[in-house]
Write a new protein. Sequence first.
Length: 440
Amino acid sequence: NTVTPVFSSCGTMVATATGSKVLVRDVNSLQLLQMWVCYDTVRDIIWSPDSAYLVSVSGSKLQIWSMSDAVWRSSISEADGGIESVIWSPDSRHLLILHQFSVFITIWAIEFATQMFIKNPKGNLFRFSPNGMYLCVIERSDCNDYVAIFNCRTWKLTNHFKLPTIDAAGFEWGPSGLDLCVWDHSFEHRLYVYSLDGTCLFTHEVKHPISMGLQCVAWSPCGQYLALGTHTHEIFLVNRTNRKVAGELKIPELVSGEEVQYYREVHTAMSGTTIMERLQSTPEHKFQVITDEAIEMRFNEIITEKKHASKTSGSAVNNREKRPKKYGVISIKWSHDSTHVAVLDSSLPNLLSVWNIADTGVTAVLELASNVKSFVWHPHLLRLIVGAGGNSLSMWEFDGSWIIQLPAECSVSVNHVSWSSDGNALLLAAKDNFCIGFLE
């Protein structure tokens, strides 16, 4: 088993795990800096915010490694059950461990080996504010949802208030760390924005005849807009300042190649006049600019699986049944300057659309040969990188789009892409291997 590689917060190191081994390499040279052997197969690795420590998760055990002291190490064993998830505190000196079945959260002080507990967390709905001052935990008790706000210096509860949600499905901090939004379960299109003192600043709600709730929520880096993805292929832009809907981005069924930058991935045939020359050549991957007046966006149907008992053996068998329903918008990512969003709709799994927030219109559409696996904006530039499971990656900028073929010696089927914090290095990862690229 190989864990997806992770950049350190400082951007100079990359960590990965294979089997029971944890390896840390230099980003520029891939030189091995540290290697540790864990108790069991590693299923997750997490860098501390200051890049001084690395924690590995193996079964019900955690091991903490120091980058400055190869001899120092610490371990935590959770005998009460398995570990659901682990996050570092902003000061890099505490670990928060969510136990299996969400019974409670343990806060471990790694320097003093002391612990505290938070009861009734609602799954993974706990997160630190961007300014690192507060921890928000969504709690579930007596069939009601609550927000608990903790001070990260003292770990004392600073506020606790009840939510009007039926069954809270998620929450996000505002970029300022002074407010947060909470949205309801998968059958209600309803979102609430609260200040830290528990004041409800505003509520956004849309009634649908058949609602599947909010599929995803993304707060713009500037904090002015909330982008809400729905099952109806719409993105609602809610203005945080005036508390109104600033625009509705509807993924169209037809787009005009004369008005939208439409790029379609094409594979050219192998070049050469002889059989040997063709075998030694490599098919070229590139984007073709489509300028047709009407380009159809073909939405896929949902395929569901139903299990029926066999009359002869009594065993369960799968019966695939097509239903003309659409998944909707499942991922929205903002550019660093809050001017554009990249949108992935699961009914258009090989298409990625880029929208301009100023005119709430489609700027570009990337039609790939395979389904989109991962996409990410550059942390400082208007540059979008897309991985689709092949030995290449796609890049969009305002003045064009390109397919970058990886070198022949780099046999990575790109399923995951991420930038280092400084934007100098690009991590391209497959299931069993990875490489690091540098764009000039």
